[in-house]
Ligand binder design. Structure first.
Ligand SMILES: Cc1ncc(COP(=O)(O)O)c(C=O)c1O
Length: 407
């Protein structure tokens, strides 16, 4: 990645220290030092779309911030986004607003499974998937992803044979689509195979599609629920009624601090069960600021996103090329979606504690240790490249220097 002229708004470095940003101000607590470049928790260092800033300013201009209602226009904004971006027609009554995707995962597990029932996760995967199961006394059933090294292009696949075995002892599959941390965008044939297994074994599927809008030009995301509803056969109706989808503008428009998301639940009984759990916990969506941002992002954020994706893609491509040529002891799994790089550091022959220390002490980088993401994550690190290309370049140069010392 050579020097390049500043051509994008995303090249502008924004100081986040002192703003209460977890990624920056949480470094001492997480890494024991403030000296690391923070490339861990999944938010980006970029300013949000102007439409979001304006909507927030507009709402704050009214001096009363009482309990608020989600307006029809908010639901419509989400429905229009899903229709336009993902060719997915979602009726209003399927939408349940929730205060975040992780709370949604927990809620679905609580509402639709019983204690000791099996819930399938496919590690390495976003770590709250595990706690949603084990923290609620459900049984963790693991179907590890398989790392394939075809044509020097390492990528992950789902082990469908083993998934079918897991499905015999489970009620729910937690799917990450696109998948954090390995960056896969699941393809039609893979999703059809999952739906077929779900149908055969009466499995509910929760598809976490929080990264669905951050897909690079060389891949195409499909909502699992849309695939399930294609056609009108009885079998497809059954398929559709077992799929629940979590969606959110938070990753797409870099507003995860605001905490508002939605579950798309075609099955009325499922929806009622989830709603009962929301009621038990006293959770209702009433925050006027996150609602203003949610609607504004979906209505007015598309131009921003259209600029963001080529920027992120250029960063991804440059980072992948740099690692392949300059850091031969590290293999990178190039993501098809998301701003998270999954680095295979196993050739360094360090155990997880030593690998973590190497990145902090030697490279002065704050990444997410792969071991956090469960089986198959050992020896890997996850690097957040949702920052300026200059920052990514500096981070990779630090890593190169540290690796030269380590060799
Ligand atoms: C797959 C996945 N689901 C959920 C979340 C977090 O969602 P929320 O902040 O809405 O709880 C993340 C954040 O990194 C994620 O990667």
């Amino acid at each position: 990645m050579g020097a390049r002229a500043l051509t994008s708004r995303f090249d502008q470095a924004i100081a986040r220290e002192g703003s209460g940003a977890l990624k920056y101000d949480g470094r001492q607590q997480t890494f024991g030092t403030t000296e690391v470049m923070p490339m861990w928790v999944a938010d980006m260092d970029f300013a949000v779309p102007e439409a979001v800033t304006q909507a927030l300013q507009g709402r704050v201009a009214h001096p009363v911030l009482g309990y608020s209602l989600a307006p029809d226009s908010l639901y419509q904004a989400l429905m229009d986004w899903l229709a336009t971006k993902h060719d997915w027609q979602v009726p209003r009554e399927w939408i349940v607003l929730t205060p975040g995707v992780v709370p949604s995962l927990n809620m679905v597990v609580a509402a639709l499974t019983q204690p000791d029932e099996g819930v399938i996760v496919q590690p390495p995967v976003y770590f709250p998937f595990f706690s949603a199961v084990t923290g609620q006394q459900r049984r963790l059933v693991e179907n590890p992803l398989r790392l394939m090294d075809g044509a020097g292009q390492p990528h992950y696949q789902i082990d469908m044979d083993h998934l079918a075995v897991c499905a015999q002892q489970a009620r729910l599959l937690l799917l990450c689509s696109p998948h954090n941390p390995v960056g896969r965008v699941w393809q039609t044939a893979e999703m059809e195979a999952m739906l077929s297994i779900a149908n055969q074994h009466d499995l509910i599927v929760l598809s976490d599609e929080i990264h669905a809008d951050l897909v690079y030009a060389d891949a195409q995301h499909q909502p699992l629920s849309r695939l399930a509803m294609q056609g009108e056969t009885a079998e497809q109706t059954v398929q559709l009624h077992r799929v629940i989808t979590a969606v959110s503008p938070s990753k797409t428009f870099n507003i995860p601090g605001l905490g508002l998301s939605a579950l798309i639940v075609p099955n009325t009984a499922h929806r009622q069960a989830i709603q009962r759990h929301l009621n038990i916990l006293g959770i209702s969506v009433t925050n006027p600021l996150n609602m203003a941002a949610f609607e504004a992002a979906y209505r007015g954020g598309n131009d921003w996103l259209t600029e963001l994706m080529p920027y992120l893609q250029a960063t991804r491509d440059a980072a992948v090329a740099y690692i392949q040529t300059e850091l031969p002891s590290i293999k990178v799994i190039a993501p098809q979606a998301t701003y998270l790089l999954w680095l295979d550091c196993r050739a360094l022959n360090l155990d997880d504690a030593a690998l973590k220390r190497f990145f902090i002490d030697e490279a002065q980088l704050g990444l997410s240790p792969g071991a956090m993401f469960g089986h198959g994550g050992e020896g890997f690190m996850r690097m957040n490249i949702g920052t300026t290309q200059a920052n990514v370049l500096e981070a990779l140069a630090r890593l190169k220097t540290a690796l030269a010392r380590h060799a």
